[in-house]
Every structure is written in C-alpha cells, then in structure tokens.
Design a protein around this ligand. Structure first.
Ligand SMILES: Nc1ccn([C@@H]2O[C@H](COP(=O)(O)O)[C@@H](O)[C@H]2O)c(=O)n1
Ligand SMILES: C[C@@]1(CO)OP(=O)(O)OP(=O)(O)OC[C@H]1O
Length: 161
C-alpha cells in the first residue's frame, strides 16, 4: 500500500532567534519565530507524514497553546510523528522538500539537513530524501526576507501480503 501526504509551513524571520532549518542551525542575522524552535522544514515534513497517515496536522498533535511545546525541538516532534507511521507498519518511500527563502543561502547546509531527515525517517538510502531551495526572485514575503516557507511531499509504503 502506498500513501502520499503533503505539508506546507511558514515562519516569520526576526532578530534574536536562531535560524534552525532541517535540524541544522544556520549562521544568520535573523531566525525563525514560533512557539517551538520554528523549524519550518521539519514542520512541513511532519505535516506531510501526518497527511499521508490521515492524522491531521502538527497543530493538532502539538498545540501551540501547550507550554509543553514551548521552544520544542522540532526534530523530536518529527520523531514522534514518525513513530505514528511505524506503529501503522509504514516505511519511508521517499520525501521531497523545498525551502522557499531569499536568504540565507541553504545550499551549504542541505546535505546535513538531508542526513538529519533520513535518520529521523529511518531511510534505508539517502536517495530517499531530497531537499531543495529556491528564492522567489525577491517577490512576496519570502523575497522581502520577512519569512521562510517550506513544502514537502512524502510517500509512505507498507507491504500487504
Ligand atoms: N535560500 C536559497 C535559495 C536558493 N538556493 C540555491 O540557489 C539556486 C538558485 O535559486 P533560484 O531561486 O534563483 O532558482 C537553487 O537551485 C538553490 O540550490 C539556496 O541555496 N538558498
Ligand atoms: C509546532 C507548534 C507547537 O510548538 O508551534 P509553532 O512553532 O508555532 O509551529 P507551527 O508551524 O505554527 O505549528 C504547530 C505548533 O503547534
């Protein structure tokens, strides 16, 4: 059986916050604002996995009104979500994601992000995880550097005998 899910997330860029994307802390003058560590990429992937499972979204599983998730490490949230997939007998088929940001430059950090995601989703091969980045050619809120968006598509597979 194959299940597909997609996720999309946005966080505002502000001064005085770390810039954590895909589990990697990127040196930058601004960081992402959120109730958790605001890791926009891991949130999009978490939502994609939950979508594939038909289990809602991360706001449902980790409400931003709950102090337990204040400054939460989004890698732990993704690991929890992956546990839900495993419990249901799914393995990762593949996951493809795009970070939408004018700055900072993501390319140097993408291999490290892919490894973090592959470990969290227990990929058998690194080729199952793809991370891309794009600017929006200075257009819109991402182009003005006001925020960063990420989107993700995941394919989960379960063998049925
Ligand atoms: N924040 C970003 C945005 C883009 N990249 C890389 O640059 C390439 C060109 O981006 P365009 O938006 O002009 O198509 C793209 O292929 C990305 O690899 C990046 O590293 N960081
Ligand atoms: C992760 C949670 C929970 O700490 O908070 P945020 O960091 O604000 O992230 P968001 O993408 O708005 O969605 C889910 C939230 O409930």
């Amino acid at each position: 059986m194959i299940r597909v899910g997609q996720g999309f997330d946005v966080h505002q860029l502000v001064e005085g916050r770390p810039c954590i994307i895909g589990g990697v802390t990127i040196p930058y003058e601004k960081g992402l604002l959120g109730h958790s560590d605001a890791d926009v990429l891991l949130h999009a992937i978490s939502d994609a996995v939950l979508g594939a499972l038909g289990l809602g979204d991360i706001g449902k599983h980790f409400p931003d009104t709950d102090e337990a998730f204040k400054d939460a490490d989004s890698l732990k949230l993704l690991q929890h979500v992956w546990g839900l997939a495993k419990e249901r007998g799914y393995k990762l088929g593949n996951v493809d994601s795009t970070i939408i940001a004018q700055r900072p430059k993501m390319a140097p950090y993408i291999p490290q992000m892919a490894q973090v995601i592959a470990d969290a989703l227990e990929a058998e091969d690194l080729s199952q995880v793809n991370v891309k980045a794009t600017t929006t050619e200075q257009l819109g809120f991402t182009g003005r550097g006001e925020g960063i968006a990420a989107q993700s598509v995941v394919c989960l597979v379960k063998s049925v005998l």
